[in-house]
Design a protein. Structure first.
Length: 159
């Protein structure tokens, strides 16, 4: 009988020493859950930023094809180099069909890629090369202050 009562007494003493363990387990579980949720939020932010960058690259390709289509519609002028321009960032003056096409193209670039977007066209008698350049800082990590944020897309095709 003595051994049974000693055993029961030890259980009560041991049980009293373990109070609050359940609360500690809950606190640790909440901490692990909070760290996981912060990780998910950071992953979502990176995914959104990369999605924005991809969207801008797609727009640059679409805009490149837009000016190439205008050049194909006026192929004679494109083949003799009337569309050839260096990097254009400002709207060209209004004028003939070539100037109107370039003005509309730069306007579209500014609307889809931002006011700092620029475009360049270079044609010879057979092919044309279109370059679109824009600032991708909205899509890149804000901590990369020293890095160049300029993105460039070049499309080359036959006219």
């Amino acid at each position: 009988m003595k051994s049974v009562s000693r055993h029961l007494a030890n259980d009560r003493i041991g049980g009293a020493g373990q109070r609050g363990v359940g609360l500690l387990e809950v606190l640790i579980a909440v901490l692990v859950m909070a760290v996981g949720m912060l990780g998910i939020a950071a992953l979502q932010a990176v995914a959104l930023r990369n999605s924005q960058s991809s969207f801008e690259r797609s727009n640059a390709v679409v805009q490149s094809y837009a000016i190439l289509d205008a050049m194909r519609a006026n192929a004679a002028a494109a083949r003799i180099g009337q569309y050839d321009r260096g990097m254009i960032c400002e709207l060209p003056d209004e004028g003939d069909l070539v100037e109107t096409d370039l003005r509309n193209w730069i306007t579209s670039l500014h609307q889809s890629l931002g006011d700092d977007a620029c475009g360049q066209t270079d044609c010879d008698s057979v092919s044309c090369k279109v370059t679109v350049q824009w600032n991708d800082s909205r899509s890149q990590d804000a901590g990369d202050d020293g890095e160049d944020k300029t993105q460039t897309v070049t499309v080359e095709t036959r006219i």
